[in-house]
Write a protein that binds this ligand. Structure first.
Ligand code: ATP
Ligand code: MG
Ligand code: MG
Length: 549
């Protein structure tokens, strides 16, 4: 059938709707920790959470998971909001886990009263050493037997700032013999005398992820709380808190996180790349961040399309980055105007073309889009062509230039190479050719056909541009599982900078963010570093095929 089959989360939601669970209501959330910029892995989670809500007539909350005061920052909050909107999604409510600190404190107090939590004076080393192993049970803390009254007083003192960092923690009293290590009396509050980006110095105790996350879901009455597979062992605890507190029963579902070849997908590692200047910033076009992909020339639709194609799996896998490239190439093929730019120039002189004459060649903007129109490009006796389009000793089937060979200059004339000059080092400096006046594109009655077509820019009309060609940021496919430190695998040649490319004059008008196809060279976007008269272009992706077949 034409219908795409449902993924496993859609199946669950459709069953819930059919059974009237939560009144058939769907409320998802996207819960980023504001400790870095979003990356393509987050895009997968965003497309999933917002996509499900759209599909099932529900809503999605944006909740900042800001329970760790040390690593979080408002700069990240702002970038996250901008990136989600850019991807094309709008949240129902902008929420912060830190807004629930008082409520979470009350939940913790309730657990203490119920005998399900206690204050532990053990050091973190002692707690770790009593944790046991997956095959042998842990040991109960000597503080586990404290009375509720004693625990309530101590917890209040923790909040009041009477203790130093690490002096005490609040632990859930679950089961030190549980086969699930997360159930062995997990820490739910710790002391942190640190300034928080929103609550300032109001708090010196902060809830741990496991205590904050599920309860935040429950407070918001989230129906489907979707997270990545590594949280499977946390689910029992998620359910335990909800059951013991007798609060709204949100439910957690897990899917496989996105891993992509030649990329790292952890904010901690991405931050290292930024801080240690391996890249120019979070939005460096080589970064797998949303802001990096945007600056690279990716569109929101191409990223959404990628997320759609990779689907929702229950097992970890490694997605080939070429799938992402395929998605943007497909879109730009339909939408990007074709222009001419010569990246590695040599001069071509048409010896029989009148000196001083200028013609204006009509060029179709986009053969894939009949509504895109056309423009005119100046043509003259002296042109720039790509160095690789000429060979001194061309092999058979080289359908470009070499002495005696003919080629069509795109949207202009057929030319035949007659000779060339070399400098003292043996580098070709100028190629000479004659043109065939009756072969002009559109009015060609020369009767000749040639196999190759090459692009060009008129020397006297050319503008110059900086062009940045990017390669993979890493040399190995599976960076996450490669030996040694991930930074050992950084590709030192991931940026090829061209200071002076020659571009057709129309490109001086191109605006930041505009996407174009440089014929035969790939898709490019105008970078924010552009200045009037000197645009900067980033290559988004190469063309799949050149048309110089
Ligand atoms: P990181 O390791 O990059 O710091 P994180 O999971 O700690 O990732 P969060 O800000 O907590 O980052 O993530 C917000 C949401 O995005 C979470 O629900 C998380 O599961 C999801 N997410 C993060 N990375 C990926 C990924 N690679 N693939 C799919 N979802 C992801
Ligand atoms: Mg997280
Ligand atoms: Mg993280």
């Amino acid at each position: 059938s034409e219908e795409k089959s449902l993924n496993f989360i859609e199946q669950i939601i459709e069953e819930d709707i059919a059974n009237g669970t939560h009144g058939g209501r769907v409320l998802t959330r996207f819960p980023p920790e504001p400790n870095g910029y979003l990356h393509i892995g987050h895009a997968k989670s965003i497309c999933l959470n917002f996509g499900l809500a759209l599909k099932y007539n529900g809503q999605t909350n944006l909740r900042f998971d800001d329970t760790n005061p040390v690593t979080e920052d408002t700069e990240y909050v702002d970038s996250i909001k901008a990136d989600i909107r850019w991807l094309g999604f709008e949240w129902a409510n902008e929420l912060y886990a830190s807004d629930y600190f008082e409520q979470l404190y009350q939940f913790a107090t309730k657990l203490i009263e119920l005998g399900y939590a206690y204050v532990d004076d053990s050091t973190s080393e002692e707690i770790a050493s009593m944790k046991g192993t997956p095959t042998e049970p842990g040991k109960e803390s000597p503080y586990r037997a404290r009375t509720a009254a004693e625990n309530l007083a101590l917890f209040a003192d923790m909040r009041a700032g009477k203790f130093k960092d690490g002096e005490k923690v609040l632990r859930a009293k679950v089961d030190m013999a549980s086969p699930n290590m997360h159930m062995r009396d997990p820490i739910i509050y710790r002391i942190r005398h640190a300034h928080h980006h929103r609550t300032g110095d109001t708090w010196c105790i902060y809830p741990m992820y496991d205590f904050a996350h599920g309860q935040s879901d429950s407070i918001e009455q989230i129906t489907h709380s979707i997270c990545t597979l590594e949280f499977i062992p946390h689910r029992a605890l998620y359910d335990w808190f909800i059951e013991k507190l007798n609060i709204f029963p949100s439910h957690q579902y897990e899917f496989a996180r996105l891993n992509m070849t030649y990329a790292v997908m952890s904010k901690r590692k991405l931050l290292q790349l930024v801080n240690e200047n391996h890249v120019t910033g979070w939005d460096d076009p080589r970064m797998p961040t949303i802001s990096g992909l945007r600056r690279r020339g990716y569109t929101p639709a191409s990223i959404r399309q990628f997320c759609e194609k990779i689907g929702v799996a229950k097992r970890d896998n490694l997605i080939d980055i070429s799938l992402l490239e395929f998605c943007i190439r497909e879109e730009l093929n339909k939408t990007a105007n074709r222009v001419m730019a010569v990246l590695d120039p040599i001069k071509l002189v048409l010896t029989n073309y009148p000196e001083g004459e200028v013609e204006h060649m009509q060029v179709e903007n986009n053969p894939e889009d009949p509504t895109a129109g056309s423009r005119s490009i100046p043509f003259s006796r002296s042109l720039w062509i790509e160095r690789e389009d000429f060979m001194e000793n061309p092999p058979k089937k080289f359908f470009r230039l070499g002495v005696g060979l003919s080629v069509r200059l795109k949207s202009a004339y057929i030319v035949t190479c007659t000779g060339f000059d070399k400098d003292a080092d043996g580098n070709v400096t100028t190629v000479y050719a004659t043109y065939l006046p009756e072969s002009k594109s559109g009015t060609d009655n020369s009767g000749l056909t040639v196999k190759g077509t090459i692009h060009w820019v008129s020397e006297q009309h050319a503008a110059t541009a900086e062009v940045r060609l990017y390669d993979r940021l890493f040399k190995v496919e599976d960076v996450g599982n490669a030996e040694g430190d991930f930074k050992d695998h950084i590709n030192a040649d991931s940026l090829h900078l061209i200071q002076n490319a020659y571009i057709e004059p129309s490109l001086l008008e191109a605006k930041e963010g505009e996407r174009l196809q440089f014929m035969r060279k790939g898709y490019f976007v105008v970078d924010k570093d552009s200045t009037p008269g000197r645009p900067v272009f980033n290559r988004t992706v190469t063309l799949k095929d050149t048309w110089a077949k």
